[in-house]
Design a protein around this ligand. Sequence first.
Ligand SMILES: Nc1ncnc2c1ncn2[C@@H]1O[C@H](COP(=O)(O)OP(=O)(O)OP(=O)(O)O)[C@@H](O)[C@H]1O
Ligand SMILES: C[C@@](O)(CCOP(=O)(O)O)CC(=O)O
Length: 461
Amino acid sequence: MSEPLTRTAVSCPAKVLVAGGYLVLDRAYTGLVFGLDARIHTVVEPLKTTAGVSISEIVVTSPQFHGAIWEYGYRSQEGDGGIAVTQLSVGHEQSISASKNPFIETALTFALTYIWTLQPNQRIASCSIRILADQAYYSNPGTRRAADSRFLDFNVSLKHAHKTGLGSSAALVTSFTAAVLSFYLPKSLFDLQSDKGQTILHNLSQASHSHAQGKVGSGFDIASAVFGSCLYKRFSPSLLNALPPPSSPGFADQLRSLIEGDAWDTEIRKAAIKMPQGLRLVMCDVDCGSETPSMVKKVLAWRQENKEEAERIWNELQRGNEALAAELTRLAGADLTAGEGNDKLRAIIQKNRGLIRQMGEASGVPIEPPQQTQLLDYCSTLDGVIGGVVPGAGGYDAVVLLVQDKEEVIASLRKSLASYRAEDSEEGLKIGKVGIIGVREEMVGVRKEELSLYKEWPTTS
Ligand SMILES: Nc1ncnc2c1ncn2[C@@H]1O[C@H](COP(=O)(O)OP(=O)(O)OP(=O)(O)O)[C@@H](O)[C@H]1O
Ligand SMILES: C[C@@](O)(CCOP(=O)(O)O)CC(=O)O
């Protein structure tokens, strides 16, 4: 007899790529990614059904958003095609195609298929899955259900939610995959606390996120969702190319071999990045938008056509990024009583920004556009601010600052940003309000959670 299935909850952190944007798409370079203390949680539990009625249905809800409910049927496919998941219609409020959530559907397909390969003769029981996200992922102001509730009602549909760029889909796919595997599999087959369990979770989440996203990212966001802050070298993109599409013959077996096999060449160095005591990150949301995929395409096309110049910038920036990681780590271990300053950090950040601007100007992509240069220069003159950069792909929508970890520094930064007015520029976008997002760095990645966290969010089943 197998153990009865019990309610399981897992969370994963948000991310910020502090250094290595664009470079990290190529295995020859690394990205310095910090996890952030905003998390997406997934809770899985048995689906309550009328006594004697046995159905095969998985109901997923994201109850902080209007109409965010997805019901799936699932069945095994001929020819080792794994488990196919089909969205069922819920009432007649909206068409299925309008309500599709490709990240959830793909994560479910990949996770159930992997489970099926491990327990081919065991029926996959119905379950109910809830997703709960911290406020910082969205700039829509949430409302509280109780004075102490951690999760808020966002009072909009997911389609109308305004994301702050903290990697919601990666934290979602990873916590969803971890919770589903932990729910269905005994510890002997999947143990989230073990290195092997985390490697399997990483590989499976990379495969499904990449499939849902259309294979565009380096995967640094999934790596930090699993392992927390780290220096990240991506996997070879070719690894995923050989996988047949879900449901097609051989998908299940090849997915399992890929996930458990040793072909993965991702390199995660957790010890190579630390936050010195007395410093912290501050994320700022800039009221303006950028389009990451088209920026990536343009930068990569420029690099392809200007190999020599690109190689010079990429290599210099890689050295600068390594210097940044090394100095943060060195300061984290240094004797604070020696009164060491942060001048070296300041200089490294300034130099790296110069190279990022070169990369942007040469490729014609606004990675650190003049409006952000102005904002970052302004922030760098404020008390307690060491420096700042445009995170990830850059653009107009965010900056990340390295500051002294003191309440008075944050309070005065908040005040300065509230009154910050960008100088009028002749051309391009004008940045609007700059706000501080309520997050800071976090070293821990995936984590099992206590069920009491979700008491105001009853299951719909
Ligand atoms: N709380 C949630 N519940 C259900 N699905 C969600 C939730 N948050 C995000 N998603 C899914 O993730 C998608 C957003 O992913 P996308 O990659 O565009 O954003 P992101 O990961 O936050 O962005 P970035 O990589 O710029 O940080 C949504 O369209 C939705 O499908
Ligand atoms: C440009 C890139 O290197 C970073 C994008 O980061 P973000 O989504 O802007 O946080 C792409 C990637 O690594 O997936």
